[in-house]
Each structure stands twice: as C-alpha cells, then as structure tokens.
Ligand binder design. Structure first.
Ligand code: NAP
Length: 484
C-alpha cells in the first residue's frame, strides 16, 4: 500500500532546493517550498558583501548530482554559487514548486498532520515538514553603545547596502571572522581608508585560490569522470586533513594546520608590532579557521589599519576606542556573525500534545542526530542543531541527511507508520554521548567562538566525518517512536 504524502519544505536555499529535487526523484510530487524572500539561494542570496566566497572548494561545494565543469576558481565567489543554485533549481523544475514571498510563521501538529501558516495568511495541511532554514541566518548585532547615533551608513555584513559608495570612503569593519576577512581583502585599496576592529586575532591558513583554465574547464565538460575524481580527491583531503582532525585536539593534522598558520604569520607580516597584534593566543582551528591567502597582504595595505583597542562606543563621526581616539568613518560594517541557536525559529512550532519547540529547546536546541526532535513527528531538519556545520561541505552533509530522512519517509509512504520521530531516551543518549565526545575536540581548547553554547560545549558534530556517513547510512529504527 502506498499512502500519498504532502510535503512542506521550508526555505529555498541550498538544502531546500536539494529537498525539492530529491522528493521529485523519489516520486513525491505534492511538494511546496515556502520561501520568505522573493528569490532563492539562502545564504548566497543574503551574503552579498564585497569579496564573498565559499572557503570549501567549489567542486566539493556542489550537489553530487549536478557537478559543474564551469566553476571559475578553486573557491568560487558567492554570486557564482548563487547562479549555480538558480540554474540547478531551474533545470530540475524546482522553481514552480517555490512559493516566494511566503514566510511560514506557525507550524502546528493537529489531527495527525502539520498545519502550515504563513505571514500573508492562508493555512495548509501537510504530512511531512522538511526544515531547510539554515544555520548562519539571523544576524547577530553587537551590543555597542551609540550604534544608532552614527552619522554614516551602518549595516551587518549579511545585509550589505549596495547603495552606499565605498570608493574613497572611510570604512570600518567590526569583527575578524571569515566574513570580515573576505571584506577586508576586497576593500583594502578600494576604500579611502579601512579600519579593522579586532577583538580577537585569528589563525589564517593561506590556501591558494587559482582560477581554472579554459583547458581545465573544457576537460571537465568533456570528461565528467575527471570532475568526479577531483571531487573525490578534494573530499578525501578535506576529510582527513580537516574534518577528522578538528575533532581530535591532539591529532598531528591539527598541529600541522597550526604550523602552517604560524609560518604564514611569521613570513607574511613584516612589521613585528603588527605581527604580535595578529598573533592569536589560542590553538589553530579552535575558532573556525580562516582560509585566506591574501588577508595579511590586505591588512598591510597602506590604506588599512588594524585597531586592537576595544571599541567604547560609536559616535556621530565614527568609532571611539578605549585609548580615547575617535576613528572618523563614513561606513561601519558589522561583520559580527550570526545567532546560531535559532534554526527554524522564529517560526512558532507546536508538536504532539501541544508541546512547543521553544519549550523543548528552552535550555538550548538539541535533536537526535541533528534531524529529529521527540514529539515533533514527521518534521525533519537539514543542517539542524549540533550537526557537522563547520567541519565539511554543508551540501554533502545535507545530501547525507536527506537520504537518511527519505528512509523514514518511505516508512510513512508504505503505511508502516503514520508518524515518526526520535524517541526521548534515544535523543538523550545521543546528546550525552555528543557532549562527552566534544571534550576531545580542538574547539574546547580555550577560545571564544560561535561553536560554543552557553555551557561552553561545542554545538557541533564532535566525531569524524566517516562516523557521520555511517550514521546517515540507515536509521536505527529502535531509536524512533513509530505510530501506526
Ligand atoms: P563570526 O565568525 O562569528 O565572527 C564574528 C566576529 O565579530 C568575531 O571576530 C567577533 O569577535 C566579532 N564580534 C562580535 N561581537 C563583537 C563586538 N561586540 N565587538 C567587537 N567584535 C565583535 O562571523 P562571520 O565572520 O560572519 O562567520 C560566521 C561563519 O560563517 C564562519 O565561521 C563560517 O563558518 C561561515 N562563513 C563562511 C564563509 C566561507 O567562506 N565559507 C564566509 C563567511 C562566513 P570575537 O572573535 O572576539 O568573538
């Protein structure tokens, strides 16, 4: 017996597009993708700052079913990634399934189905919800006094105001994360003056970013197997050299990463005073590693200045630092990161028995294998809480998670169950093991980072990528509540 299922996919970013394609592939045609914005692309739509790029190699940061011979660079720029997502969505018939400008505000479990409510009105009933709402989505604004008093333009890195002229302008950038570093690289030399306000120095790994030649692109077009080989090689290098390394603070690979970062600092920063200001006081890869072959060159540009005195407040003319200096600015960019504990919130989600997701996550977000929450049946998250978010290509992660979810969905379609969600004991067991394993990772070796939750536990997958692949291969049904 097959039961027809109706699906709501929330979000038309990388994971939502993937879901729509894979559902159709599996023969599920009753699918609506809800997208609050007017275009697709998720993080690649939101982050349009100068210099935006992906620091996962492009041939790895691609759908496995849609290799792209035309990537311009090893690490391609953001607009190219957004175009790739748009093209894949178009070619796979996803566009007609997306309801643009439709922000989901409530999800409620009633009569064995999910009611989906949108901000612009209307309610629909579906059997399965796939939350593809992203991780680094809600900007975190710093609590700096006087931000509203600033006379120039001020915006978050993920809300870039392209109307503001930059050429010749005095630009300040707050933060030294991956976003800030890419912005500094793009603006040093273009802006009249560039101040980087550093609270914490970063380790920087100088991985080169060569462009693919026309011959290489032609070869990938003519021989897709060469592209597949490249992807496999990149995956192996990334897994062994990074993903599997960061979960073991004592691994030789982490030490090697640190040596490479240290050599970059020693060799490429000329002024000893600047070098010391840029030298982090914690282990490499404790914070998300910065990948940039150009950051040190950019910060040493005659127009660039590294400001390490703490910001006291923002005034009409600029930024006042603790040494009393007023740094006069025309533009202030807040590259201050994201609220990483939101996931599908602020959507109000009410599960079985009237339990709200806010209540279930009152302490902090948790989910069995990042995918399923007890009492929220038939709701599956891609790139949900505590997944391998900083360790690997999130496309690969989402594909593995989706294939896992599909095995549960098949049970629903076959009529083996009407409802499925992780059991409470299995979720608690998983979470306890995760917290314990996190103690071995490099993320807890003494730094502040967005990985750490309010207890200082990394909100991430603390095991190897190989283990993640094994876990995703097939659900352990005994860990699930299946209601017939
Ligand atoms: P982030 O890594 O969270 O960095 C935020 C920065 O803002 C930190 O340097 C932080 O300082 C600083 N900051 C926050 N509040 C501040 C305050 N009140 N005063 C002064 N400084 C303050 O954010 P992000 O750079 O947007 O990157 C987030 C993640 O997005 C990355 O780790 C990465 O996973 C992803 N990303 C990836 C790429 C890519 O190439 N794939 C590009 C951009 C982003 P502290 O360090 O002192 O806390």
């Amino acid at each position: 017996m097959t039961r027809p299922l109706r699906f709501a996919v929330i979000g038309a970013g990388m994971a939502g597009i993937l879901s729509a394609i894979e559902l159709r592939q599996a023969g599920f045609d009753d699918v609506v993708v809800y997208e609050k914005a007017d275009t697709l692309g998720g993080t690649w739509r939101e982050n349009t700052y100068p210099g935006v790029a992906c620091d996962v190699p492009s041939h790895l940061y691609s759908y496995s079913f849609a290799p792209n011979p035309d990537w311009s660079h090893t690490f391609s720029p953001g607009p190219e990634i957004r175009e790739y997502l748009e093209r894949v969505a178009r070619e796979h018939g996803v566009l007609e399934r997306i309801r643009f400008g439709t922000e989901v505000t409530r999800l409620e479990r009633s009569n064995g189905r999910w009611t989906v409510e949108a901000a612009r009105g209307g309610r629909e009933h579906v059997d399965v919800v796939i939350a593809a709402t992203g991780v680094l989505h809600h900007p975190a604004y710093p609590d700096i006094e006087g931000l509203d008093d600033f006379g120039g333009a001020v915006f978050h890195s993920a809300r870039w105001d392209h109307r503001v002229p930059l050429e010749g302008a005095r630009v300040g950038v707050v933060g030294t994360g991956s976003s800030a570093v890419q912005i500094v690289r793009a603006l040093a030399g273009a802006a009249g003056r560039l101040d980087l306000y550093q609270r914490t120095a970063q380790w920087v790994l100088p991985v080169p970013n060569p462009a693919f030649t026309d011959e290489e692109r032609a070869r990938y077009r003519a021989q897709p197997e060469a592209m597949r080989d490249l992807r496999e090689e990149l995956s192996k290098t990334f897994t062994e050299g990074f993903a599997n390394a960061v979960v073991d603070a004592e691994s030789p690979q982490v030490k090697m990463l640190e040596e490479l970062c240290r050599a970059n600092l020693e060799t490429n920063v000329v002024d000893p005073e600047l070098r010391e200001k840029l030298r982090p006081g914690y282990r490499a890869a404790c914070k998300r590693l910065i990948i940039s072959p150009h950051f040190y060159e950019a910060i040493q540009h005659p127009n660039a200045r590294l400001v390490t005195d703490a910001i006291v407040r923002v005034e009409r003319e600029g930024v006042r630092t603790v040494d009393g200096e007023l740094h006069e600015l025309d533009v202030l960019v807040l590259a201050t990161g994201f609220r990483v504990d939101r996931f599908l919130r602020p959507i109000e989600v009410t599960g079985r028995g009237g339990v709200s997701l806010d209540t279930a996550w009152a302490k902090r977000p948790t989910a069995y294998l990042s995918i399923s929450v007890p009492e929220f049946p038939n709701l599956f998250m891609l790139n949900g809480p505590n997944g391998p978010v900083g360790n690997f290509s999130l496309i690969d992660v989402a594909e593995l998670q989706f294939a896992y979810v599909m095995q549960l969905v098949e049970r629903l379609a076959e009529g083996a169950a009407r409802e499925v969600c992780a059991s409470q004991p299995a979720t608690e067991r998983f979470e306890a093991a995760r917290v314990e394993a996190a103690q071995k990772t490099v993320w807890v070796t003494g730094c502040r980072s967005w990985y750490l939750d309010d207890r200082g536990i990394p909100a991430a997958w603390p095991w190897t990528m190989d283990r993640f692949r094994e876990e995703m291969a097939a659900p352990r049904l005994e860990d699930y509540d299946l209601v017939r």
